[in-house]
Design a protein around this ligand. Structure first.
Ligand code: AKB
Length: 339
């Protein structure tokens, strides 16, 4: 008998951390984590087991296929936008080939279980690309199907994987004698920049917001790498985790698409600084623009239209910019750093 489980790849990352915290509270799921390094004790305590390995290792995935009955895959492993620009080829391998390997695993599981395996894929606002700043400044909230001309390797990888996931779910091997459609229940959210009180991102272009907040709490000076007037969409980690679970649990009949936008607030980098100063008045936050990272953020929309998610699965963020700080970031960060 194979053991029924949920598989989470990239479990050591920020979203993995938040997801495990939530799912383990529920207690109904056996969770197996997969990552390149052993998870920290917080995660180890909350999973049933973990596997140290690479999503590009097909033998490893074959062993998982043989050992477990996988009812859902949360495929979180990825190389983010800034890091991917330094090693585009490696990013492509991890972000694209790694995702196809996991989709293959889902298909094999679907075939042996005789039902679709849920597959959650975190996409990103990096799938958008608006190179004309005038257009960017004068375009309202951007819906799912506009401006999909990514300017980063990471954005290209995410956009392709949205499409390939849809293909695996709807059209996989459509001309074969034995049909392989409906073996993967692919669902994806384009996430904005995320801010967690408990973990720090690494390798992203939206990292300036969480870095600024955590640096202030640790009494470290922070030099922000984008202009003070930079605007992009952000969200708290608890809202992102809630959205992922709302989408994964939504009845298929209520979904009008496989890939959804979600958003909460779009402050400037200067708004972040001012808000942080209102809590940590001696914080030292300065701006020294890295033109290349600035250009990445400037290619993303200022605001996102998430009407479909609101209509189809009742998505609504709990936190706005003010309550994100007041009710979540400041109390949790103060606890974390013993303030
Ligand atoms: C990044 O900055 O690369 C990510 C993202 C917006 O997907 N946080």
């Amino acid at each position: 008998m194979r053991k029924p489980i949920i598989l989470i790849t990239g479990i050591n990352g920020e979203i993995g951390h938040g997801l495990v915290e939530y799912l383990s509270h529920k207690g109904n799921y056996s969770i197996i984590g997969l990552d390149l390094k052993p998870p920290n004790s917080f995660i180890q305590k909350r999973v049933d087991d973990y596997v140290v390995g690479n999503i590009l290792d097909k033998d490893l995935l074959e062993r998982l296929n043989a050992e477990f009955e996988i009812s859902a895959i949360f495929h979180l492993a990825a190389i983010l936008s800034t890091r991917a620009e330094f090693s585009p080829r490696i990013a492509h391998d991890v972000n694209v080939t790694g995702t196809i390997n996991l989709l293959d695993l889902a298909i094999e599981q679907g075939q042996s279980l005789g039902r679709a395996v849920k597959f959650f894929f975190p996409s990103s606002i990096a799938v958008y690309g608006i190179s004309n700043s005038n257009l960017r400044d004068n375009t309202g909230p951007v819906p799912e199907d506009q401006f999909r001309y990514p300017k980063t390797m990471y954005g290209c990888n995410k956009l392709y994987c949205e499409n390939i996931g849809t293909y695996f779910a709807r059209y996989y091997k459509r001309l074969s004698v034995e049909s392989s459609t409906n073996l993967v229940d692919f669902r994806s959210i384009r996430l904005p920049g995320l801010i967690s009180a408990h973990t720090m991102p690494s390798g992203g272009s939206s990292d300036y917001a969480p870095e600024m907040i955590h640096a202030a709490a640790r009494k470290n000076p922070y030099t922000c790498f984008v202009r003070e007037d930079t605007v992009m969409p952000f969200m708290t980690m608890p809202d992102a985790i809630r959205a992922i679970l709302l989408l994964v649990k939504a009845p298929e009949s209520s979904l009008s698409r496989m890939v959804y936008n979600i958003t909460s607030f779009s402050p400037t980098a200067g708004d972040f600084r001012n808000k942080i100063l209102s809590y940590f008045s001696d914080a030292k936050i300065t701006f020294e623009v890295n033109d290349k990272r600035q250009a990445i953020v400037d290619s993303w929309p200022r605001e996102i239209d998430d009407t479909s998610a609101r209509e189809d699965w009742n998505w609504k963020p709990i936190h706005n910019f003010n309550s994100a700080f007041e009710d979540y970031l400041i109390p949790e960060i103060c606890k974390k750093y013993g303030l």
